[in-house]
Design a protein around this ligand. Structure first.
Ligand code: C2E
Ligand code: MG
Ligand code: MG
Length: 701
């Protein structure tokens, strides 16, 4: 039986030595019966780590008669003569003899079975894995296909080093880069220089810690154009929680911007009310006309026209009537001039006409007469019949002046003379008009004296966050406390000193006084920013930064962060690169900038994009009419959303009613200033106001 069994049979005595060894045992373990007989079984066929437990089990059996393994089929690893392990199945039984015990073990080599089993398990696993992978991949592919083809978002997938491994069609459409050009590049390859290094550092920090970043980013197309995008950048991690990929989802907001841009560009060149060219476009046209006149040796007339009696109509009947009157008269005047001539509106009731192609100065007389009629014919608005007239000043190129600046000033002065001589007439400039200049010199001297006599004061108008009710700062507004005339508003005297050195002295006085005020408020424990208005003329002084630094140094207790400069007349900023450098130098001193009266003049997109301002103030003319005028509402919305896209704060000025505030909040503009919140007030009243002020409950979020 021992020699014919397909299983090996081994016999062992009570001390564990081999006493029987079948030929099959030799086949399985490699040892001959000569080798095996007399050897300890454990030592011969058990791997080292099992030997002791076998010996102990044997001892225990001899003492207690219990053997857990006896009679059971056990699968273990045994040792072949040549040292390799073989899986075996083992069944042991005990034979009790008169003088002790013997053991019989039946052993089957299960290597083949184990191999087959292992193969099967592997195959199953492989199959399961394959199926799973297949399902997963199919799902992924389906999803990816949908995402990649149906999305209007640009998609980039990168590896863990942010090198691009995949982009979709939208990406190539938007950026202009082909797939081949993009793949393999670092994700930053199409970044613009508009974002600072810190910006990117913070972005990646967020992605690598939080797992994602969402925000607006400026990139650069292949053609060099910069454009803003909303970006969601997320990190993809593998099972070991290591980042394996980054996925960037871009939505191009240029489209959105484009409509706003054309809107703003229109605003930049045309007067919103009358649709006539504004001061900017006029400057352009005038310069071109001058060039052409000098080429063809023709005369050119620059004509300044100011309405007589307009202010009274505005005051008595309100802005809306005033606006309608301006529209009606400008339409008539347009009809009174020739096709190629430019009629522009440069301010409230001020118009400038450029008449070209004149052989002699008399040639324009007819046009001037027609203009006077256009203005003086009664205008009917609703039930009202309104009468105004025009005072016109005229000057000629090249006779009276060689450049646009001089011509404009001449025409302005001639207009002034026309007003003086009884209105509703025109006056041709002549050098005697310099008397008028002398008169102006006189008031200039008065203003200079007022500064020495300390007759100027700053009023402060609060700026608030309508949804939290917090006051975020105040704007300093100059007034002239005139001994005879009383409190004179800034627009009554600042225009007179415009571009004169005295305006610089007053500008410095304003900054200095505001800093003293901050310091005074600080000394009683209150702290908020003050913004002061800075004329373009002042900002463009070569020593502006130096002067500002000196003023700040004179108030060492005041943190420069509390000072904000509101840049006025951005349209008068000439060398934008120079201004950017100046602003940056001021910013490094700690002060911040806002762009005042945004939306008027050509404080347009160009400026918003390039000037390092942190706040823009939407001009009050847009706010005033936003509730009734869809165009103005659209402009406010455009400015608010652009500001958001550019990550610039936005504040509305001229908030006169609760409804204005509510509408602004709906548009996403929380900061506001205006009579509906507080009028400008002396410094002494600000804290009392702050104590008692409560925002309208409709505003609080
Ligand atoms: P701004 O900087 O745009 O100031 C806002 C003007 O709007 C102020 O007129 C303010 O009193 C007025 N305002 C505020 N809320 C409302 C409102 O709800 N409705 C209306 N209708 N008006 C409101 P203000 O004080 O007469 O100043 C006029 C302009 O004079 C200022 O416009 C600014 O351009 C200039 N200005 C004022 N102070 C200074 C100064 O210290 N330096 C310079 N360079 N310019 C100044
Ligand atoms: Mg201002
Ligand atoms: Mg303003």
């Amino acid at each position: 039986m021992m020699d014919t069994s397909l299983d090996a049979i081994i016999q062992m005595n009570g001390t564990g030595d081999i006493i029987g060894w079948s030929s099959r045992a030799q086949h399985i373990f490699g040892w001959t019966s000569n080798d095996a007989l007399g050897q300890e079984l454990a030592k011969l066929i058990l791997p080292v780590q099992f030997r002791d437990s076998h010996r102990q089990a044997l001892k225990r059996f001899l003492v207690t008669g219990e053997g857990a393994s006896l009679g059971n089929i056990i699968e273990i690893e045994a040792l072949h003569q040549d040292g390799h392990n073989i899986p075996i199945e083992l069944t042991s039984s005990v034979i009790t003899l008169t003088d002790g015990v013997e053991f019989n073990s039946i052993i089957r080599d299960i290597s083949q079975r184990k191999k087959a089993e292992a193969k099967l398990i592997l195959a199953n696993k492989e199959l399961a894995f394959q199926n799973q992978e297949k399902d997963k991949r199919a799902a992924e592919l389906a999803l990816a296909a949908i995402v990649f083809s149906h999305t209007r978002e640009g998609i980039i997938i990168t590896n863990a080093s942010a090198d691009i491994i995949k982009v979709n069609d939208t990406f190539t459409e938007v950026t202009g880069y082909s797939r081949q050009e993009a793949v393999g590049q670092n994700i930053h390859f199409f970044q613009s220089d508009k974002e600072s290094p810190e910006f990117y550092t913070l972005m990646w920090q967020a992605v690598n810690t939080k797992g994602y970043w969402i925000g607006t980013i400026w990139n650069r197309r292949k053609n060099g154009e910069m454009y803003p995008e909303n970006l969601t950048l997320s990190a993809v991690t593998n099972t070991a929680s290591e980042i394996s990929h980054y996925v960037a989802l871009y939505s191009d907001i240029t489209q959105l911007n484009k409509s706003h841009q054309s809107q703003l560009e229109r605003m930049a060149h045309f007067d919103n009310l009358t649709n006539l060219p504004n001061r900017t476009l006029l400057a352009d046209r005038l310069n071109q006309a001058i060039l052409k006149s000098s080429q063809y040796d023709k005369l050119l007339a620059v004509t300044f026209l100011n309405l007589d009696g307009f202010k009274a109509i505005n005051d008595i009947h309100g802005h809306h009537v005033g606006d309608d009157l301006l529209i009606a008269i400008s339409l008539r005047m347009k009809k009174a001039i020739r096709e190629g001539d430019t009629l522009s509106r440069i301010g409230g009731d001020e118009f400038v006409l450029v008449l070209t192609d004149l052989a002699k100065s008399d040639d324009c007389n007819q046009v001037l007469e027609r203009l006077l009629l256009a203005a003086s014919d009664p205008v009917t608005i609703g039930d009202l019949v309104l009468n105004v007239s025009a005072s016109i000043g005229v000057t000629f190129y090249p006779k009276d002046g060689a450049d646009s600046g001089i011509l404009m000033r001449n025409a302005d002065q001639a207009m002034y003379v026309a007003k003086q001589s009884g209105k509703n007439c025109y006056h041709l400039f002549d050098s005697a008009d310099y008397d008028v200049v002398n008169r102006q010199q006189e008031s200039l001297a008065n203003i200079r004296a007022a500064l020495t006599k300390r007759e100027f004061v700053l009023y402060y108008q609060p700026k608030v966050n309508m949804s939290t009710g917090a006051m975020v700062g105040v704007e300093a507004l100059i007034r002239w406390q005139h001994p005879v005339r009383g409190l004179v508003p800034p627009l009554d005297f600042l225009p007179i000193i415009e571009n004169h050195t005295i305006s610089l002295d007053i500008g410095e006085w304003v900054i200095d006084t505001a800093l003293s005020q901050i310091s005074q408020w600080q000394s009683i424990g209150v702290k908020f920013p003050i913004s002061v208005n800075i004329s373009a003329h002042q900002l463009q002084q070569t020593n502006f930064v130096e002067r500002l630094a000196t003023l700040l140094a004179a108030h060492p207790d005041v943190s420069p962060h509390l000072l904000e400069l509101e840049v006025l007349e951005t349209s008068a900023l000439n060398d934008i690169n120079y201004i950017i450098a100046t602003m940056n130098a001021c910013i490094s001193l700690g002060v911040k900038f806002s762009l005042d009266d945004f939306g008027t003049g050509y404080s347009s997109l160009t400026y918003l994009r390039r000037l390092p301002a942190s706040v823009i103030k939407i001009d009050q003319t847009f706010i005033r009419d936003m509730l009734t005028d869809a165009d103005d509402l659209a402009i406010v919305l455009a400015v608010v959303s652009l500001a958001k896209a550019f990550r610039i704060e936005v504040i509305a000025e001229g908030v006169e009613t609760v409804e204005h505030g509510t509408a602004l909040l709906e548009l996403g503009c929380e900061l506001a200033q205006g009579y509906g919140i507080a009028r400008p007030m002396p410094a002494s009243e600000v804290l009392t106001w702050l104590d008692t002020w409560k925002p309208n409950s409709a505003w609080l979020s």
